[in-house]
Write a protein that binds this ligand. Structure first.
Ligand SMILES: Cc1cc2nc3c(=O)[nH]c(=O)nc-3n(C[C@H](O)[C@H](O)[C@H](O)COP(=O)(O)OP(=O)(O)OC[C@H]3O[C@@H](n4cnc5c(N)ncnc54)[C@H](O)[C@@H]3O)c2cc1C
Ligand SMILES: Cc1cc2nc3c(=O)[nH]c(=O)nc-3n(C[C@H](O)[C@H](O)[C@H](O)COP(=O)(O)O)c2cc1C
Length: 569
């Protein structure tokens, strides 16, 4: 008898002692596991269930392609299981259709400090409208994120809340996925399938807004810094470091991927914070499950720079009075608005963890096995008070001594990948935008790819800022690089940028495109990628004989075919 079986008794006891959130997670886990046992794959549950509803819309909002890849995979599996799926990017979706949807499922990532991807912003603005009525819509949201960020999966959480506030019915609780999301995604699809088959959905057993706990699945690598050199010569205004890191064994990445790093706060900043708190730094403290001395925790775990407004507002709560402060560093806040008595635990509670920063990988797995190369520009700025400041992670990486051990993880970018070896590529990468293209060139060289390679590079001065000049000239000599066009903006009276070089070579660029070439843009989002796009549209108009609208459609078609790819930041 099952009810006398001690394993069953312990299982029942476990269920009794579990929170609502844990029960929901267990439900998802079991449905996916059993789906696998019955149907071979998690999506097998979709096959096993007899769906009452067979049609749904699956929308995605993405910045670097992860949500798109997951949505595409899940749509394929659902179609194989007999569902009719309308797969759509949020920026392609007709917002007026939302209220007519019966079943609307959304996969959306979080960017910036808890914001939706740029392409998803109009959708978020639309569902924020108080008078929008979504009474007939059934929905579920799966958020992609990274638990190292303070606002973990915030865009997914916001979409889930907003859709419910507009009257839509939540079919499943919001799912928050960390960097390894494929398994969680398959479980979500299995849950959708069982909900559509009329089975009780987990949402019916739970409080609104609750979500299943996410599992990280993040693979961290420990490497040793082999080389850290400044690629710019004196007297350049820039400082761009080529950094090589060696690991024991292979690193699982492909050209186009980025690496994520958690910077360490500068020693003098930590000392100022400790002094402003009237502590020694040796006190034992706990911050988000990490324990150590105050000095260590402040140095490696707590974000001390450029505090976001929401943290400053929480600090005002501790202080007991409102404060009008710009986004300052913690030492400045503590000095300008000292606390009457310092409660370290309460202060640490309101502070964010240090967020990771991403850097495009400039090495190639084929040409540099066991190594990871980066091209990092020291970020500098002027603070509100007029002082000179430096970016936290870039200055940490530019200053990390050789032979230091350093941890990183790989951020896969499925939206920025090389085409088939026989296809031509045009790469537009000024400044640090060159990083993934160095990887592409080494990879194509190592693979003996027959497709032609054309690089547009730009910086301020030829003499001091021609990053990787010798390597690029070698690639030209050996025929790996078929064309190299450079723009050094400050070497003449009039500024010349990569977009000007593109326009000068418009006829050939158009010919390459007509011949099937893929276009890649990497570097600063604004103004570089915006100006490059304007130049591309101009080229298509001039050399293809199209009007404005038709040239936009031409470029949109290239993007749809995966031949116009951007990795901009
Ligand atoms: C996919 C991707 C790939 C990337 N690849 C590369 C690459 O290959 N190479 C590269 O160099 N970078 C790359 N970046 C950018 C990189 O991730 C970082 O954003 C960049 O190095 C700045 O980070 P930081 O920690 O140095 O600056 P942060 O400390 O985060 O500062 C960033 C900005 O915040 C503001 N700020 C910070 N503190 C203050 C303050 N006290 N007062 C006023 N303003 C302040 C400034 O405007 C500053 O420029 C990439 C980004 C992405 C998303
Ligand atoms: C600049 C930047 C900021 C990010 N900010 C957040 C964040 O605030 N919260 C979060 O959970 N994830 C954050 N992420 C992680 C992404 O959501 C995660 O990498 C996701 O898989 C990206 O999916 P996408 O490729 O569909 O955009 C950030 C990533 C980057 C590059």
């Amino acid at each position: 008898m099952l009810d006398t079986n001690p394993r069953v008794t312990s299982f029942i006891n476990l269920l009794k002692s579990s929170t609502q959130e844990e029960l929901v997670w267990m439900h998802g886990y079991l449905s996916a596991t059993l789906g696998g046992a019955w149907g071979g794959a998690a999506s097998g549950a979709a096959v096993a269930a007899q769906p009452k509803v067979t049609r749904f819309t699956l929308a995605y909002g993405t910045e670097t392609g992860n949500s798109k890849r997951l949505a595409t995979d899940l749509a394929k599996k659902a179609k194989e299981s007999g569902f009719q799926v309308k797969l759509t990017a949020l920026d392609q979706y007709r917002l007026k259709d939302l209220s007519k949807e019966s079943y609307f499922f959304l996969i959306v990532s979080t960017q910036g400090d808890g914001e939706p991807p740029a392409a998803a912003v109009p959708f978020f603005e639309y569902i924020q409208q108080g008078d929008l009525k979504l009474d007939g819509v059934n929905f579920a949201v799966l958020g992609l994120g990274d638990s190292a960020y303070p606002q973990f999966c915030q865009a997914g959480i916001d979409a889930d809340r907003l859709l419910a506030e507009r009257g839509a019915r939540r079919v499943l609780p919001v799912v928050k996925c960390d960097v390894a999301f494929d398994e969680e995604g398959s479980k979500w699809l299995a849950d959708i399938a069982s909900a559509l088959s009329g089975a009780a959905a987990p949402s019916e057993q739970m409080a609104p807004g609750a979500s299943a706990p996410a599992r990280s699945g993040k693979v961290s690598y420990l490497g040793e810094v082999l080389t850290n050199i400044n690629l710019n010569d004196e007297p350049s205004a820039k400082e761009t470091h080529h950094i090589e890191i060696r690991c024991e064994g292979d690193i699982d990445y492909a050209p186009g991927d980025a690496a994520g790093f958690l910077p360490v706060n500068p020693v003098d900043l930590v000392e100022r914070v400790v002094a402003a708190l009237g502590q020694t730094g040796e006190e034992t403290v706990t911050f988000r499950e990490a324990s150590g001395t105050l000095g260590e925790i402040l140095s490696r775990k707590v974000s001390l720079t450029f505090l976001p407004k929401r943290v400053i507002a929480k600090y005002a709560g501790l202080l007991g009075r409102p404060i009008e402060s710009a986004r300052v560093n913690l030492d400045e806040l503590l000095t300008a608005y000292p606390l009457a008595s310092v409660d370290l635990a309460a202060l640490l509670e309101i502070l964010d963890p240090i967020a990771p920063r991403l850097y495009s990988i400039s090495s190639s797995p084929a040409a540099h096995p066991g190594e990871l190369h980066l091209t990092v520009a020291r970020n500098s700025f002027t603070t509100e008070s007029g002082a000179k400041g430096e970016g936290l992670c870039s200055s940490y990486l530019c200053g990390v001594p050789e032979e230091t051990e350093i941890e990183f993880y790989i951020h896969k970018n499925s939206a920025f990948k090389l085409p088939a070896p026989e296809n031509d590529i045009i790469m537009i990468g000024p400044g640090t935008g060159i990083a993934p293209f160095r990887s592409f060139l080494f990879e194509r060289d190592a693979a003996g790819a027959s497709g032609r390679n054309w690089l547009f590079f730009g910086e301020q001065h030829f003499v001091t800022d021609f990053l990787y000049q010798t390597e690029l000239q070698d690639f030209l000599k050996t025929g790996v690089l078929h064309r190299l066009d450079v723009a050094f903006s400050r070497d003449q009276a009039e500024k010349v940028y990569v977009q000007h070089r593109l326009l000068e070579n418009g006829e050939a660029v158009y010919e390459w495109l007509e011949n099937g070439a893929s276009l890649y843009v990497c570097g600063t989002k604004d103004p570089m990628s915006v100006d490059v796009e304007k130049a591309l549209l101009q080229i298509i108009q001039n050399h293809g004989g199209f009007d404005t609208e038709a040239s936009q459609s031409y470029l949109a078609r290239l993007a749809e075919q995966g031949r116009y790819l951007k990795d901009v930041y």
